[in-house]
Design a binder for this molecule. Structure first.
Ligand code: NAP
Length: 247
């Protein structure tokens, strides 16, 4: 029970990686406040399923890209849970296109949802962390933010921005015992990748040193390390969870 009596906030946990993090964290004894954008039914199902582990679990419909919404969320979560120990900024979207075809709207929206959301949430929850003189912030970046990717200039910029933000916050808040780290997942197999051409997916797997795509559990276990006291002397880091893809 690595997260016994810890309260964790996760953005975008109605599906995908966020949901995987919530599932592993609930098994490790965490109380969980998680957000979603529109998947009402999936969020309610997850809230019910995770509550079976016996800790407090609550879903909130909240737009992470909206500054006021994040302030209200922090008020509600603090009132419901009393204290927050870990913040995981996971919500993210893609709007891929070559620069030639990328609209201003698609650039702005990806930056707003992926990067501005990290500012909004960190600012809203830092007050509690400062007061209690402890906290762990975990930001989900991507290997695309480290390496870049043709057709994803907006997404890569947002994910690279997250890394700069993560390191700056580690420097600013370290003296208050608040840690800030990023995780950069590689090719993670989810429901979304299930829909892709099998031959293309196999080609991706073959190019990875560990010869497989990552699972949501692989990413969640890295989050577990940063959320727990096992990483109490680790801050300002970017952990690549990519099967060696960028090595
Ligand atoms: P996903 O399956 O598309 O899930 C995205 C989650 O974010 C959903 O719960 C969604 O809620 C929520 N969300 C979207 N916009 C939001 C907003 N404005 N406010 C609050 N919540 C919002 O994505 P994923 O593949 O699990 O990715 C999760 C994170 O990992 C993202 O930051 C992504 O960039 C990063 N990542 C993923 C991979 C990969 O291979 N999958 C690789 C590297 C990095 P609704 O269900 O309500 O829409």
């Amino acid at each position: 029970m690595l997260l016994n009596e810890k309260t964790v906030v996760i953005t975008g946990a109605s599906r995908g990686i966020g949901k995987g993090i919530a599932e592993i964290f609930a098994r490790q004894g965490a109380n969980i406040a998680f957000t979603y954008s529109s998947s009402e039914a999936q969020a309610a199902d997850l809230e019910a399923a995770l509550s079976a582990h016996g800790t407090k679990i609550k879903a909130y419909k909240s737009d992470a890209s909206n500054f006021e919404a994040c302030e209200k969320l922090a008020e509600a979560v603090n009132a419901d849970f009393g204290q927050v120990d870990v913040l995981i900024n996971n919500a993210g979207i893609t709007k891929d296109n070559l620069l030639m075809r990328m609209s201003e709207e698609d650039f702005d929206e990806v930056i707003r949802v992926n990067l501005k959301s990290v500012f909004n949430m960190t600012k809203a929850f830092q007050r509690g962390f400062l007061k209690q003189r402890s906290g762990s912030i975990i930001n989900i970046s991507s290997i695309v933010g480290v390496k870049g990717n043709a057709g994803q200039a907006n997404y890569a910029a947002s994910k690279a921005g997250i890394i700069g933000f993560t390191k700056s916050i580690a420097l600013e808040l370290g003296s208050r015992n608040i840690r800030s780290n990023a995780i950069a997942p590689g090719f993670i197999e989810t429901e979304m990748t299930d829909k892709l051409d099998a031959a293309v997916v196999q080609q991706w797997r073959d190019g990875i040193p560990l010869k497989r795509g990552g699972s949501v559990e692989d990413v969640a276990n890295a989050c577990l390390f940063f959320a727990s006291d096992l990483s109490s002397y680790v801050t300002g880091q970017v952990l690549l969870v990519d099967g060696g893809m960028l090595t």
